[in-house]
Each structure stands twice: as structure tokens, then as C-alpha cells.
Design a protein around this ligand. Structure first.
Ligand code: SAH
Length: 389
């Protein structure tokens, strides 16, 4: 089937931005075809091959900038190239979990593959690619024929379970992976999250290799406490991990245990972040390093939190319990928030609080997460601030 795009969209595609938006379609369609499509520009010239599929960003992807067929040969080369690029990762015994295939950044939007010490975690981001998955799975199994098993994650609106074991024997739980020599306990077949966010490896590395040394660390929105573990390995004087989800307590404890770190100086608190700020102030607690890594959007009881609207408040609250010369690590994975806007919202809040500060370091996605030529693709932004007061 052929789908014509508007002039504006065609120009965007020619600049190698593969993400198709609903308003880009010149051909009107009532249902999204579950097949690969040929995309044409406004004059009917071929732009390339791709597919349509509704997901959190956009409504489809251009896969090839030529009119070629997306078949077994094409897919084999695509995955083989991604694997070859990560040769160094496969040879590194200190890091056994990493991203193998990063959607549009590796040339095919709507699918990611993560490697967890032999197992593959494949995420499908829209219904169309899920409908076309057999050929992809077969090819992936061929290219990575020595994998121990494959689990798939459903990352689009559907009645399907979030996690589905596809092939091979399930791993022991927890399944231990290593990153820069640190152990992380993962659960590969439990919802769509595994216990570790692989895109934050540079930040964990920094925490483990000096940044957190002798510091009292507060890790907000801590999930399984991966940042706290890295900080503890890096010689932190103590860590406090705060997360609303009850599961975070056992999972965080386990994360320390698999690294033989005594829990004596590690606090794990199940609480809403904003409640914790109040509690800490009341108790007179203070910290040298505060890590903020909220989800882009969350709801707790009647209150909602959105990164675009509420980050400033997180910063202002943090300043009240930050020791002199303290540091704040501000992170977001919100793809709709540019680095510039994120930085502005933080610095506006810092200015309002009347502190002097310095932006020390900026982290974006690591090497195994290549990005495509549009800003939302490079979603991760982590800023290290030193607050001088
Ligand atoms: N920083 C973590 C990942 C955070 S994921 C890491 O590096 O592994 C976001 C977490 O925020 C989830 O675990 C979720 O339970 C938690 N969360 C969401 N809303 C919250 C709130 N209001 N207060 C505390 N935690 C919250």
C-alpha cells in the first residue's frame, strides 16, 4: 500500500527525521494498515518504506529511505549491524546488561531490544509492529542464536499482559546482571520494568566512581534503589531511598544485598516525595547530594505530578534540606521537554530561591542508545548542579 505525506512532512523525512505524525498524512485512512507501506511525497515521488502504528510518540516510522522491501534479508542486516556495533559490550565482563537495539536510533522505530546477561528483552511500542513481529523475532533469534531466552514487553495500549515469556527457559529470579562491576537484581518477566533502567549507566558510574564519596545521599523516586547502590559502592556516608511504591522496599534491600553492602547506613522509605520533604524538614534531616529522577507524569491519590509543571517545586524543596555546597542531580526522561527548557525550569527555581550555583556536568543517553535526527529521540537529560548558597 502507498501512503502520501504532506510537503512539510516530506521535507522533514528528507532531513532524516523518521517519525511520522498524524498531521503528516495526506492520504486519508480510516484504519491503520498492519503492513509495511511505501511512503510518497506530496508529488507522488517515493520517500521510502516504513509503517504506521500509533504509539506514545507519533503515528509511524520511516524505516528505509529507499523503496526497498522490508524482508528477512533487510532485517538480518539491520540487527546484525546493531550487534556488531556493540561488540565491545559483549566482550566486557564487567557490564553484562546493555541496549542491543535502540529503535529509530538503530534504524527501526517502534522496537527496542535489551540484553540481560544472555537473555533478550524485546519491547514493542505499537500494535502494527506487534502484528508484524514473527519475522522480526525469527531474525533476531537467528542473529543472536546463543541467547538464553526471549521475553517481550507490550508498550502500547492493549488488553495483553505487559510481559510475555516468548521462548527459552525463564531465568532464576532475581536474574543478576553486572554494570561496571556492580551487581543489579533484575526480574525479566514482571510487568514492563525489569528493576534497572539501562539508560542511566553513566550516572551510576559517576556516583560509583567519586561523586558520592563521603556524601549523605538522598535518592528521590528511587524505584529499586539503583542510584543508591552505586552511591554506596562509591563510598557514600549513607543513602536514603524514597519511593511511593511498596515494592521498592524489598527490591531496594535486595539490590544492596546482592552487592554485600550492609543496610546499616542505607535507609529505604516508602513515601510520597513531597511528603518526604516535609518529614525531613520536621526531623531536621539534611543531605549533601540529592538525586531527583521522577517519572514524566504520575498520579498519587488526587495529586498529579508532571515534569513540565512541577520540576521547579522539586528543586525548591530540595534546597531546603541540602547542606551548604551540596549537589543536586536533576534527571528527566520526558521526551517532550527539551534540554534547554529543562535547564530553564531548574535554573528559574534556583534563581527564585536566591542561591548561586554551577552546572557541573550534563549527561545524555549512553553509547548503546544511539538516537535519530530529531530532538525527542534524545530523551534523557541529567544535569549535575553544585549549589553554593
Ligand atoms: N531513579 C530510578 C527510576 C525512577 S522510576 C532508577 O534510576 O532506577 C520512577 C519511580 O517514581 C517509580 O518507582 C515510582 O513508583 C516512583 N514515584 C512516582 N510518583 C512518586 C511520588 N509522588 N513519590 C515518590 N515516588 C514516586
Amino acid at each position: 500500500m502507498k501512503i502520501q505525506l504532506t510537503k512539510k512532512a516530506s521535507q522533514k523525512i528528507r532531513k532524516k527525521n523518521p517519525l511520522i505524525q498524524p498531521e503528516d498524512l495526506q492520504t486519508k485512512i480510516s484504519d491503520i494498515p498492519k503492513e509495511y507501506l511505501t511512503f510518497l511525497d506530496e508529488r507522488g515521488e517515493i520517500l521510502g518504506t516504513g509503517y504506521l502504528g500509533k504509539q506514545n510518540k507519533g503515528i509511524g516510522w520511516l524505516i528505509s529511505y529507499e523503496a526497498l522491501k522490508i524482508n528477512k534479508t533487510f532485517l538480518h542486516e539491520l540487527f546484525q549491524t546493531a550487534v556488531t556495533k556493540r561488540k565491545k559490550f559483549f566482550q566486557n565482563n564487567e557490564t553484562t546488561a546493555f541496549r542491543l537495539f535502540n529503535g529509530e536510533g538503530d534504524g527501526f522505530g517502534g522496537i527496542t531490544i535489551d540484553y540481560y546477561a544472555g537473555y533478550l528483552v524485546i519491547s514493542w511500542y505499537n500494535e502494527t509492529i506487534y502484528a508484524l513481529k514473527e519475522e522480526l523475532l525469527l531474525t533476531i533469534s537467528e542473529v543472536l542464536s546463543d541467547n538464553l531466552g526471549i521475553v517481550e514487553k507490550i508498550r502500547f495500549q492493549s488488553d495483553l499482559p505487559e510481559s510475555n515469556w516468548y521462548i527459552g527457559e525463564k531465568p532464576a529470579e532475581p536474574w543478576l546482571v553486572k554494570e561496571n562491576g556492580i551487581n543489579y537484581a533484575t526480574y525479566l518477566d514482571e510487568g514492563y520494568m525489569t528493576g534497572i533502567f539501562l539508560d542511566q549507566k553513566e550516572v551510576r558510574k559517576r556516583l560509583a566512581s567519586g561523586l558520592a564519596k563521603e556524601k549523605k545521599v538522598l535518592n528521590m523516586f528511587s524505584y529499586t534503589g539503583a542510584f543508591s547502590v552505586a552511591a554506596a559502592v562509591g563510598g557514600a556516608a549513607g543513602t536514603t531511598s524514597v519511593d511511593l511504591a511498596k515494592r521498592s522496599l524489598d527490591k531496594t534491600r535486595e539490590q544492596f544485598e546482592v552487592n554485600q553492602i550492609s543496610l546499616e547506613k542505607q535507609k529505604i522509605v516508602v513515601m510520597d516525595t513531597f511528603e518526604y520533604f516535609k518529614y525531613a524538614k520536621r526531623k531536621g534531616f539534611s543531605y549533601d547530594l540529592i538525586i531527583l529522577d521522577p517519572p514524566s507524569f504520575a498520579r498519587n491519590k488526587k495529586k498529579t505530578f508532571s515534569v513540565t509543571k512541577d520540576y521547579g517545586r522539586l528543586i525548591a524543596e530540595s534546597l531546603e534540606i541540602l547542606n551548604p555546597k551540596g549537589q543536586i542531580i536533576a534527571s528527566t526522561n520526558a521526551s517532550n521537554l527539551t534540554l534547554k527548557k529543562f535547564r530553564q525550569s531548574i535554573e528559574k527555581s534556583l534563581d527564585e530561591q536566591g542561591v548561586t550555583y554551577q552546572l557541573k556536568e550534563t549527561f545524555r543517553l549512553p553509547q548503546d542508545f544511539p538516537v535519530a535526527a530529531f530532538e525527542e529521540s534524545n530523551y534523557l537529560k541529567v544535569l549535575f548542579y553544585e549549589i553554593k548558597k
